[in-house]
Design a protein around this ligand. Structure first.
Ligand code: ATP
Ligand code: MG
Length: 415
């Protein structure tokens, strides 16, 4: 999804504008203006640390005037939930004569960036559209005119309307024309903040960061909770969790992480309960702590990375027994997905390289060789009655360390 070419913007004199489009289909009335405002606010927050970008609301799109790096601005915007696609646009005169000149300059810049040897003919098309229907030429006539001018000026080009290597997009607006070469796909969905807050149980694995991301694209701001079993598990494994939350804050304006100390709870379960149901007991305790932190945060649901049948703890029987300990609604966006599908998304959103760094999750501590796959609520409750549940929960909640990450994190290695 990287820009295929390097169009030298200076040839068109003015700093480019960024256009971020969103889908209108589901947006009506008041919802629409709230959504627009949310997306505009998010865009401004994400762009602010990286230069001067002025965000304005247009019709079904945000327009961002940038004095900062347009490529960087576009890369940030195309990651934001709610954004369908992004273009780096040159605003040029819409009158035919100067518009044609600008288009020729644009194509010249593109060809220069390509550094062609001229041996092969390169295919292109002009895609013209009119936002202002009063424009004297029809879209088809305008495209035909500009296409002919381009062919007349440059050698080695040919028109291909179905699979062009390069598209010159021309949109006629009220006062000017927008000229661009690309629509860079974003995730679509809803702007973060359009839905209620959620609390994600974040392990260091591949699944839970993907689950969090999916809820972000449905508009939910996500707070994170990780359980850490120091000293059984090294301090350095926390670094990975922090890196995941910091990384995911490229998709939401604010990322908060709680790291709860889980060692005492796990020791108690080890000492008072048999190995078979331990993992289910751990996860039930996690849900109780999550309820408390969700209440504190005003989060309306718990999100997990569970996928049916993926591991022993994730049979439907176990999932039900684990859920029983939670008062909150538990959402599992990955429940019907296979591991490969989840990995594909993890790669797309960039969490995969962090997730596969070696680490041990606390769930594997003191684990049975053959964990129970069909736990029964009455039996699990019987084991649990031996534990000082409230004290253990309080210890996790009170001992949790909280860290905030702003939207300003943007690593250079955007993939
Ligand atoms: P993941 O890839 O997210 O680690 P998993 O396939 O390894 O998931 P489990 O280890 O059974 O599955 O965990 C199921 C879910 O429980 C995780 O997706 C996560 O939401 C939650 N979870 C597991 N371990 C932790 C932890 N240490 N802290 C917070 N949540 C956890
Ligand atoms: Mg895991």
């Amino acid at each position: 999804m990287r820009r295929p070419t390097n169009v030298p913007y200076h040839t068109l004199h003015m700093p480019p504008t960024l256009i971020a489009r969103y889908s209108e289909i589901t947006l009506k009335g008041r919802n629409r203006s709230q959504f627009e405002k949310q997306l505009a606010d998010n865009a401004a927050l994400h762009l602010k640390p990286h230069g001067i970008y002025k965000v304005k609301r247009g019709r079904a799109q945000l327009r961002v005037e940038c004095e900062g790096d347009p490529e960087l601005g576009a890369a940030i915007l195309r990651g934001l939930p709610g954004v369908v696609n992004v273009s780096i646009v040159h605003m040029v005169p819409r009158e035919l004569e100067p518009l044609t000149q600008a288009v020729l300059e644009f194509v010249a810049g593109w060809l220069a960036g390509l550094g062609t040897s001229g041996e092969r003919r390169i295919s292109f098309k002009v895609a013209a559209s009119r936002k202002d229907k009063r424009y004297p030429l029809s879209s088809m006539d305008l495209a035909a005119h500009l296409g002919a001018e381009i062919l007349g000026r440059f050698d080695g080009l040919k028109v291909d309307l179905t699979h062009p290597e390069f598209t010159v997009w021309v949109e006629i607006w009220e006062r000017s024309a927008a000229l661009f070469g690309e629509k860079i796909a974003g995730p679509g969905g809803l702007a973060v903040g359009s839905s209620a807050k959620m609390l994600c149980l974040l392990s260091g694995g591949i699944d839970s960061p993907v689950a969090a991301y999916m809820m972000m694209t449905r508009g939910a701001p996500v707070v994170f909770l990780h359980f850490h079993s120091f000293p059984f598990i090294g301090e350095q494994s926390k670094e990975k969790i922090h890196d995941l939350v910091r990384f995911l804050s490229r998709y939401q304006p604010h990322g908060r992480l709680y790291v709860a100390p889980f060692a005492k709870t796990q020791e108690a379960i080890r000492d008072y309960c048999p190995p078979g149901p331990r993992i289910v007991l751990y996860r039930r305790m996690m849900n109780r702590v999550a309820d408390r932190i969700a209440a504190k945060e005003g989060a309306q649901a718990i999100v997990t990375g569970e996928a049916l049948g993926q591991v022993a703890s994730q049979t439907l029987e176990n999932i039900r027994v684990i859920e029983d300990a939670a008062e909150s609604t538990v959402l599992r966006p990955l429940i019907g997905m296979g591991k490969q599908q989840i990995i594909t998304i993890a790669r797309q959103i960039g969490t995969y390289p962090i997730s596969i760094r070696p680490f041990q999750d606390c769930c594997t501590l003191f684990q049975a060789k053959n964990p129970e796959t069909r736990s029964r609520l009455d039996r699990v409750q019987k084991w649990e009655s031996r534990l000082p549940v409230d004290d253990l929960v309080a210890e996790c909640v009170d001992g949790a360390e909280m860290t905030d990450y702003g939207a300003d994190y943007y690593p250079a290695e955007w993939e």
